[in-house]
Each structure stands twice: as structure tokens, then as C-alpha cells.
Write a protein that binds this ligand. Structure first.
Ligand code: GDP
Ligand code: MG
Length: 671
């Protein structure tokens, strides 16, 4: 007998991951679905010497694909890889959840329903007759609580034992049933899984474009199918078959619920409704939201996060680096080898490791926000606003975090289910002025606009937001054209997050960052160190101007001439800024030979650029590509070099244009 593979399918927040973890324990593996950055979790259920492979599919509301997740789920479910479905249903939200169930049933695959949140139902006084529900749906229904592990035994037995028989085709859908059977009959000669014909028939009747693309119908059959579809419309006096079928499904669901589901007599407010009375109150929603965001931002990037970061930094730079240096000196290593190991390697590793505290703290918050259900409310509050620039409400958190540091901010975009929204958010986050750019602003604003340093700095923050909006419009019209995900309509029930789940989430992200982004950051820092310390003929560079990076900067300088700062020092410092934005300041001090004297650096700068050019330099710093750790993270999160370089070029291009426009207009005004 071959291997059996089943998928856990259900609405978002129905408890899929909790159940998956309960069933598979530690036998699991996280990867990506081919070509996209959506997590693909697989695991093994081992019970009574039987083994079944399980896939945790992304949460979806229907099998009509709009989002990347729905496309993945649908493709997987129609592939030959799948032998059965474990449909998890949130029993506290029964009608909405059964809508997906009905579509899954139409697939005709062996299926079991795990009726989850049975503990919450008890608490709310909801009574469910699982036998009656089972009877009405034609699928076995097992009540469980994934979180408390209730009834896992029965579920495991069912999954490894009886999940063999196909689900019965229910005799549902008055009025449309005939049309579905007719179309299914027409499809019979085609090479499609027989049991799934009702599903294809439904989708074709709905006019689903994906179905029309994936089912290769001869013209004759296509004609007849459209004929039946049109007939359905006109017969029911409606304009849209999708509506007709959805209505029929909900009619049927209502019948099922009436037979098997008893709500408590008197409707008392559920805890969620009570909390939302305050949290989503017209007056209180925004202040509470702002407060939570402040706490999250300040803890991540303020004292706690930066304290840990400095401690790690101190440990690596202050203890590890001197220790290794002594060891190398004693071993008689050459100067450049010591430099490579201490500055290049340890510096690079230190650079990676020092982000860890921020990432761990941020994911602690995100994990809690997501699990409690508040993230969905943030999305709800911000949706209307962010939709206007083609983003979703969930982009707000990554964007906000971008003001702290782009690297964790880009990772925060993982909370977004929609692939398009996520990519777009990742591309726009770097425009938020990160903390590392502040020292550069301070230096230049102090040098050129000593009386207006504050205004100059604020103007840069505002310009960043403005450019993100502009870039959002641009991207929406070009790269990310097409349908966007639907509005957030439903607010999930508030749930207490579990300690284990939170820790697991933090650990997974930290590990991911260290291994995937870390390797790239490490290699890049070594490379840049080499470029900074060697000449083109591979001898040790005496001064920065002779190094490969210096030479490259000098070649590059004319590109910046139209922006007002065409000096080679500026170009080299911009290149050094790719390592970390603060490095712009230290590089300039080295190049101008002022050591650590910032007053002198200011006066030299004030003499070498006009104030307008100085401002344009800052504009360029604000907008050009993010530092290499952010770049490596973007590569990792976007799932490819093409996207990473694409977004870097896009940002550099916009930075150049913006600085050019400001410089040109400024020159005309000042003339
Ligand atoms: P997913 O989005 O479908 O993967 O859902 P999760 O597994 O992440 O669960 C969402 C939330 O519901 C988490 O906070 C879980 O702890 C909680 N949860 C899951 N199953 C149950 C259950 O049976 N009872 C209760 N009370 N909470 C549950
Ligand atoms: Mg999940």
C-alpha cells in the first residue's frame, strides 16, 4: 500500500496549526510552497503502527482562489498528491465555516470533520448533536478541542483508520442540483478525477476563470456548459451564478444547523463582544491602538531591545574580538588575516547576531497580537486608509516597525496572508526612515542648517512616507496590478495565546533569520571588508581612496553630480552605507581625515557642498537601498535574488529621481 497524505483544511484561526502540532508532535517540517513564500508545513501522524503524512494548508474561506493562499490550497487539493481531507471547523462560527466544508465535500475525497472549539461551545452554552450533523452532511463529525487535546484519541483512530471512504455526495442545492449534475455529466469523458466532478461543475457554473483555464474542454462541451450556466441565471432571475450557488449552499447549511445545533436561549454577550465594546469603541479604538503600538515599538527599539543589542555587541566586539586577535597575533598571523577575521568575519557575525534581540522581541509581540485576534482588528482599523495605496490593513505593523529598523520590519510582513500585499509591503517598508539614518541626518542638518536641524529631520521622515505612498501607487499600477485581497469583514474571537505557541513562533523566526539571512549577511560583510581593504592589484590598501571600494566610488561619483554631491568622498561613503547606514558618518570622517572630531567634519562638509546639495544627499540616504542585512532579509522573505535586486534598483532609482528633482527645483528657486 502506498503512502497516505491528508491535508488539514479550514478557515483562518480555526485551530489548524494547533491541531497539526497536537497530531504530529515533533514530526514536522516547515518549508515553502514552490515559487512562493507561503509556509508549507508537513508532518507525520503515527498511531497504532500506522503512519499518515499531514500537510497544514493555509487558512482559507473558500475554494474560489483570489489570494495566493487560496490558489495554493486549491491546487494542492486538486492534485493527485492528496488522499483525504481533515476539515477543521470552528464550532463557535458554524455557518461561515461550513461554507468551506460544503465546497470540500464537492471534491468527493475521503473526509472527516473535526469540530473544534468544543470547549468554548460548552462555556457559551451551545449544544451540538454531532450524529445529526454527521447524518445531514454525509461526513463523519468528531467534536474536539485542539487546544486542550480533547478527543484526540477518537480523531487519531479516525484519521489512521476510517479516513478511507469517500465523502457521500449530499443531495443538496435545490434548484441548482440539476444543473450541477448535468454539467458533471458533460465533464465525464475528460481526464479529471471522477469523484471531484461536482466540484468542477460548480466552479464552471459560477464562471470561475481558474476552472475555465484548468479544465481543457473541447468546444462542444464548453458550449453546452455555458448554455447551462446561462440557463441557470435566467431561470432564477438573477444576474450572477456565484450568488445563486452561494445562496443554495447557505440554505443547505441552515438546514444542517437547524437539525444539529442549539444556541443558548437568552443571548448573553460573549467575552469577545464584551471586549470589543471597549477595544473597538468609536472613541477608544484609536487611543488603545496607538498605546499598544507605542508599547510594542518602544520595547522593540527602545531601551529593552537596544540594551540587549548593546550587550551582545559589547560581548562580541569587546570580548570576543580582542580574544581572537590575541590568539591570532600569538599564532603569528599576518595583519590582513587578523583584520579579515576580526573586522570582516566577527564584525559580520556580530552584525547578524545583534539584530536577534529586536527580532525576538518583535515576534513575541506579533505572535501575541496574532493569536489573541487583535492583529485582525488592527487590520480592520487601518484597512480603509491603507487600501488607498494598494496595501492592506495588516501592512501597518511592518511599516511602523520600519521606523525602527528595516530588518525586523520586513520579517513582520510574514503576518500577512496575501502574497501580493506582503511583497508590496516589503518593498515600501525601507522608505520608512530607520533609526540608523538618524546619525547621518544629525551630522548634515547640524552642518548645513544649524538653526533648522529639527525641521530638516522631520521633513525627511515626511518625505519617506510621501515616497512610500507614491511608490505604492506606482507599484499598484505596474508590478502588482490586478485583484487585491478582500476587505477584512470578520473579526475573530479573542483567544488567550499559549506560552508554547508564542515561544515556538519566536524560536522559528529567530532560527530562520540566523540561518537564512545570516549566511548572506555574513558573506556580504566579508566581501565588503575585502573591497574596502584591498586595491585592484590585490595588495593591502594604504588608504581608503586606493581600495577597490574607493576606486569604484570615484568612478561612480559623476552619477551623483546632477544631484549636487558629485564628490568621490560622498560616493564612497554611500557605498559604505550599504553595510550599515551609520557607516556613512564614520566613512566620511576617515576620508576627510578628521578622526573622531565631528565639529571639524561639519565645517569641512559645509565647505565642500552647498546646503541644497547637503539636503539632497540626505534625501538620497533616506531613499536608496536599505543596508545589507535588510537586503538579505528582503531576499529571504521575497524568495529570490530577482525580487531583492529588483526592489533595490527600484529604490535606488526613486532615490536618484527624488534627489534630482529636489536639486533642480531648488537650484531654480535659489537662483
Ligand atoms: P490556525 O490559524 O487555523 O492555524 O489557528 P491556530 O491553530 O493558530 O489557532 C488560533 C487560536 O485558537 C490560538 O490562539 C489557539 O490557541 C486557539 N485554539 C485552537 N484550538 C482551540 C480550542 O479547541 N479551544 C480553544 N479555546 N482555543 C483554541
Ligand atoms: Mg496556522
Amino acid at each position: 500500500m502506498g503512502k497516505t497524505t491528508i491535508a488539514i483544511m479550514g478557515n483562518p484561526n480555526s485551530g489548524k496549526t494547533t491541531l497539526f502540532n497536537k497530531l504530529t508532535g515533533s514530526n514536522q517540517h516547515v518549508g515553502n510552497w514552490p515559487g512562493v513564500t507561503v509556509d508549507r508545513k508537513t508532518g507525520q501522524i503515527i498511531y497504532a503502527s500506522q503512519s499518515v503524512d499531514v500537510v497544514d494548508l493555509p487558512g482559507i474561506y473558500s475554494l474560489s482562489p483570489y489570494t495566493q493562499e487560496e490558489i495554493i490550497a486549491r491546487e494542492f487539493v486538486l492534485s493527485d498528491e492528496l488522499d483525504g481531507i481533515l476539515n477543521i471547523v470552528d464550532a463557535t462560527n458554524i455557518e461561515r465555516n461550513l461554507y468551506l466544508t460544503m465546497q470540500l465535500i464537492a471534491l468527493g475525497l475521503p473526509m472527516i470533520i473535526a469540530l473544534n472549539f468544543i470547549d468554548d461551545c460548552r462555556a457559551q452554552g451551545i449544544k451540538i448533536d454531532c450524529n445529526a450533523m454527521s447524518e445531514a452532511l454525509g461526513v463523519r463529525v468528531i467534536p474536539i478541542s485542539a487546544r486542550r487535546g480533547e478527543n484526540m484519541q477518537e480523531l487519531l483512530e479516525a484519521v489512521t483508520g476510517t479516513l478511507k471512504k469517500p465523502a457521500r455526495q449530499p443531495t443538496y442545492l435545490h434548484g441548482v442540483g440539476a444543473a450541477i449534475r448535468q454539467v458533471a455529466g458533460l465533464l465525464e469523458p475528460l481526464p479529471l478525477r471522477r469523484a471531484s466532478l461536482p466540484f468542477y461543475a460548480c466552479k464552471l457554473l459560477e464562471g470561475d476563470t481558474h476552472a475555465y483555464q484548468s479544465v481543457a474542454m473541447p468546444d462542444q462541451i464548453r458550449h453546452e456548459v455555458s448554455h447551462i450556466a446561462l440557463g441557470l441565471c435566467s431561470h432564477q432571475n438573477a444576474t450572477d451564478n456565484q450568488m445563486i450557488i452561494a445562496d443554495a449552499l447557505y440554505d443547505f447549511i441552515e438546514g444542517v444547523v437547524r437539525k444539529s445545533y442549539i444556541r443558548p436561549e437568552k443571548h448573553t454577550l460573549t467575552p469577545t463582544e464584551r471586549i470589543d465594546r471597549i477595544v473597538m469603541n468609536k472613541w477608544l479604538a484609536l487611543p488603545i491602538f496607538a498605546l499598544i503600538m507605542c508599547v510594542m515599538f518602544l520595547t522593540t527599539f527602545g531601551a529593552p531591545g537596544s540594551l540587549l543589542m548593546d550587550m551582545l555587541d559589547g560581548l562580541i566586539q569587546g570580548k570576543l574580538s580582542p580574544l581572537v586577535e590575541t590568539l591570532l597575533v600569538n599564532a603569528g598571523a599576518s595583519d590582513w588575516a587578523i583584520g579579515l577575521v576580526c573586522d570582516g568575519v566577527i564584525g559580520g557575525v556580530g552584525g547578524v547576531v545583534s539584530f536577534l534581540p529586536q527580532i525576538i522581541i518583535l515576534f513575541f509581540f506579533l505572535s501575541i497580537l496574532e493569536d489573541t485576534g487583535y492583529l485582525a482588528r488592527i487590520a480592520f482599523i487601518m484597512d480603509t486608509l491603507l487600501r488607498k495605496i494598494g496595501l492592506s490593513g495588516k501592512s501597518f505593523v511592518p511599516m511602523l516597525m520600519g521606523f525602527g529598523c528595516t530588518t525586523p520590519a520586513v520579517m513582520a510582513a510574514r503576518t500577512m496572508e496575501n502574497e501580493k500585499d506582503r511583497r508590496m509591503t516589503i518593498m515600501l517598508t525601507p522608505f520608512m526612515s530607520c533609526g540608523a539614518k538618524l546619525p547621518v541626518y544629525a551630522l548634515f542638518a547640524g552642518a548645513f542648517f544649524p538653526d533648522h536641524a529639527g525641521i530638516v529631520t522631520i521633513s525627511l521622515y515626511v518625505l519617506g512616507i510621501f515616497m512610500a505612498i507614491l511608490a505604492g501607487f506606482l507599484l499598484k499600477k505596474t508590478v502588482f496590478r490586478g485583484v487585491s485581497s478582500g476587505f477584512v469583514l470578520e473579526l475573530p474571537t479573542y483567544r488567550l495565546p499559549t506560552f508554547k505557541g508564542t515561544i515556538r513562533n519566536m524560536w522559528v523566526r529567530a532560527k530562520d533569520f540566523l540561518t537564512k539571512a545570516g549566511t548572506i549577511i555574513f558573506l556580504m560583510s566579508v566581501l565588503i571588508w575585502l573591497l574596502q581593504n584591498f586595491t585592484l592589484s590585490f595588495t593591502v590598501a594604504e588608504n581608503s581612496a586606493d581600495s577597490i571600494l574607493g576606486q569604484f566610488g570615484q568612478t561612480l561619483a559623476p552619477v551623483f553630480a546632477p544631484l549636487g554631491f558629485g564628490s568621490w568622498e560622498a560616493a564612497v561613503s554611500l557605498l559604505a552605507g550599504l553595510v550599515a547606514k551609520e557607516a556613512v558618518v564614520s566613512t566620511l570622517s576617515v576620508l576627510f581625515g578628521v578622526g573622531g572630531d565631528s565639529t571639524m567634519l561639519s565645517s569641512i562638509l559645509a565647505n565642500s557642498f552647498t546646503p541644497l546639495a547637503g539636503y539632497c544627499f540626505l534625501v538620497f540616504i533616506l531613499l536608496y537601498m536599505p543596508c545589507m542585512s535588510a537586503f538579505a532579509t528582503i531576499k529571504r522573505e521575497m524568495g529570490g535574488w530577482r525580487w531583492a535586486f529588483g526592489s533595490a534598483l527600484f529604490q535606488i532609482g526613486l532615490a536618484w529621481l527624488a534627489a534630482f528633482v529636489i536639486h533642480t527645483i531648488g537650484s531654480i528657486i535659489l537662483l
